[in-house]
Design a protein around this ligand. Sequence first.
Ligand code: ASP
Ligand code: MG
Length: 470
Amino acid sequence: MLGYLFVANYFLLGSLGRNAVSAFNVAKFGGTSVANFEAMSRCAAIIENNPNTKLVVSSACSGVTNLLVELANGVADQARRQEVLNQLAQIHNEILDQLADPLSVEKEVHIILDSVATAAEAASYQTSTKLTDHLVACGELMSTHILAQLMRERDIDAVRFDIRDVLRTDSNFGKAEPQLDAIAQLAQDKLVPLCQQQVVVTQGFIGSDEEGNTTTLGRGGSDYSAALIAESVQAAGLEIWTDVPGIYTTDPRIAPKASPIPEISFSEASEMANFGAKILHPSTLVPALRHDIPVFVGSSKEPEKGGTWIRHQVESSPLFRALALRCNQTMVTLRSANMFHAYGFLAKVFEILAKHKISVDLITTSEISVSLTLDQTDTSGGAPELPQAAREELEELCTVEIEQNLCLVALIGNNMSESKGYAKQVFSTLEDFNLRMICYGASPHNLCFLLHESVSKSAIQKLHRELFEN
Ligand code: ASP
Ligand code: MG
């Protein structure tokens, strides 16, 4: 039904991981992939099509964790609390109603919904991080009951497993630290034997501490869970099914001819993520990297489109791999009249920045000046500000100029600092642009420019056309 590409894709999924210890793959489905009955059915089809996939890690249904977080923060208004509880019931009941045999899991799901109501009331009096984790874990606990049943109804021999029996963490509720040795041992004892017999469906994001309290790994933690679980069972491959068909040469909304990248190295992928590409964050994949487990990223909506493998070693390392764009940049230029042949100026500048916990991203220097951009440290998404106190201290040393409305364009590739001849092509493509800053040479994987935000997208378009579309 899904055609040749789909089959070819799965052949690849099965064969590429053949060197690893365990014969099976772990597949993780994000919230949008399990948002409703149709979405869950697509996940089941993906599992059916690859007999190599034995372990399924699922997020909560889309939107559920946000609702649970609202309850966990304490909703004093009883009407609002009831409204949120109704929404939660509706999301799950709608899927249950479409199962052939809803009764087989309805009771389990409703018990969890009841416990959510009780905990939400408790949170309206007094919140705690422990209670929050108990509450927000319920999304994954419910979605996996339903997904496992849906798979059984399609004749997949699936069993739901409570990952809290394996994913041991410390008791740092809200952002618990996994305990790798314990997880590895528990996985070998409890999970691996099960995976050899059945398809196991389990929860992302959650774990438990030594006392058996439920913990979570932090928002968006199910990718990290999946990588930890893949590591613990020594999986052959880790599939991350999301709502985009892998990693593209650039954002297709900016350059419609952007093309999917079939294979990319961990280091290139982390450069892309660091420079703003909205892809899987490689820091969540560290466990997979540690065990050299290849990671596949694809869309559960369009599995026939294939996706991207992120691997330690890749077959081709092209000079140009991708273009990333990150806006809301703040550039600080410091000029000192006394800098000429002086020493210690940069040391003083960085001492002040360190004292104010300001992290620097890009930097270029000249004899009497230094320009740097500030790292995005908060999650507001706006341009970072230089704190007034830091500015005043810097002004005792030099003049301080601040520019905003800038974007960073990063050209990502391989061996860039050792290659000849390509700079001409890059710079002649950008000859009509005012490049406010250029960073090149420190990393073999990137060449970065700072441009005014009004022209940054057209710079990406031009570079993409010139370097990737022929
Ligand atoms: N359900 C959790 C969240 O929304 C974890 C995840 O989906 O990654 O943060
Ligand atoms: Mg997610």
